[in-house]
Design a protein around this ligand. Structure first.
Ligand SMILES: C[S@@+](CC[C@H](N)C(=O)[O-])C[C@H]1O[C@@H](n2cnc3c(N)ncnc32)[C@H](O)[C@@H]1O
Length: 292
């Protein structure tokens, strides 16, 4: 079964069934401008196999990994299996040394880079993605006992799910502009932190601040005006509520456990906000949805 093959902060594995059941019954294309580990994308492909998709993210290494998985499954599978076997054969010290060697490496082929990306994701501290000022991945070794680095069946299922997906490195705004009536857009941006200490938003070099959250609201408004069905998730923060209130959208709060957090105290369920524009979009459930 296709499901995320990466650990990703803010992964929507648990929320995917809720989002999927709320989504319009028909969609010409599934569009996810903040793809991350793609939990909702894989759930859509499981439930409605063959739905054309457009997946985008600002993280270029992430999108290259998806592209290789779609187009070069055998090469990626072989490279990752070799890394996994070497890691499994090592003792604690050897595994640490191997991790830092792979982290410092710069493979020359796309399949080599994708294998490195997945290997680091599965073995680094908390599955975080963080880069330094020059773009180098700088998360320390995670020391899991038996990390699942290579899962051939899962890679094959995900590769199959990606066959009808267009993949793009892009800012969300341009991707939203490409959406048309009949498409369904799911937006899962880096969350507005609920407190000053819970400020993890670093998936790329650029932070996602309040100005970006406003830009995103404007893109959501534009989608609604153009009759494109859209749904957005964020933390249930008064700033975010304020951005989407009074505009005819439905706002629903759902309890949600954070998937990745290093501090135990912050692992308590954090309320999550789901916003949809279905009340404003004539194409939802109507003739336009799925008619193309
Ligand atoms: C909350 S995560 C998405 C998680 C995803 N829904 C999942 O289930 O794994 C947010 C994503 O937005 C990406 N991102 C950050 N700024 C962006 C921007 N301006 N445009 C597009 N993507 C961006 C990050 O690289 C990250 O992968």
């Amino acid at each position: 079964m296709a499901r995320p093959f990466l650990k990703w902060a803010g992964g929507k594995g648990k929320l995917a069934p809720t989002i999927l059941s709320a989504a319009p019954p028909a969609m010409a294309r599934y569009i996810e401008p903040f793809a991350g580990a793609g939990a909702v994308f894989f759930a859509v492909e499981e439930a409605r196999t063959g739905t054309p998709a457009l997946l985008a993210d600002a993280n270029a290494e992430l999108i290259e990994t998806y592209t290789v998985l779609r187009d070069e499954l055998a090469a990626l599978d072989g490279a990752l299996a070799r890394l996994a076997a070497e890691y499994a054969a090592g003792d604690g010290e050897e595994r640490g040394a191997m991790y830092y060697r792979v982290r410092a490496s710069q493979p020359s082929t796309p399949a080599g880079r994708a294998a490195r990306f997945i290997f680091l994701n599965r073995t680094c501290y908390n599955g975080l993605f963080r880069v330094n000022a020059s773009g180098g991945f700088n998360v320390p070794h995670g020391r899991y006992k038996n990390p699942r680095i290579h899962d051939g069946a899962l890679l094959a299922a995900c590769s199959a799910a990606l066959q009808r997906a267009e993949l793009r490195v892009a800012d969300f705004a341009g991707i939203c502009e490409e959406a048309r009536p009949g498409d369904f857009v799911y937006l899962d941006p880096p969350y507005q932190p609920l407190s000053v200490t819970a400020n993890f938003t670093g998936y790329t070099r650029a932070d996602f601040g309040p100005a970006d959250q406003r830009r995103l609201r404007d893109a959501f408004e534009d989608l609604s005006r153009r009759d494109v069905a859209a749904m957005l998730s964020n933390s249930d923060h008064e700033f975010i509520r304020g951005l989407y209130s009074g505009l005819g959208y439905r706002l629903v709060t759902v309890p949600m456990a954070r998937a990745i957090n290093s501090r135990g105290s912050a692992r308590a369920p954090v309320p999550e906000l789901l916003v949809d524009n279905f009340g404003r979009v004539g194409s939802v459930g109507g003739e336009a949805a799925g008619s193309r």
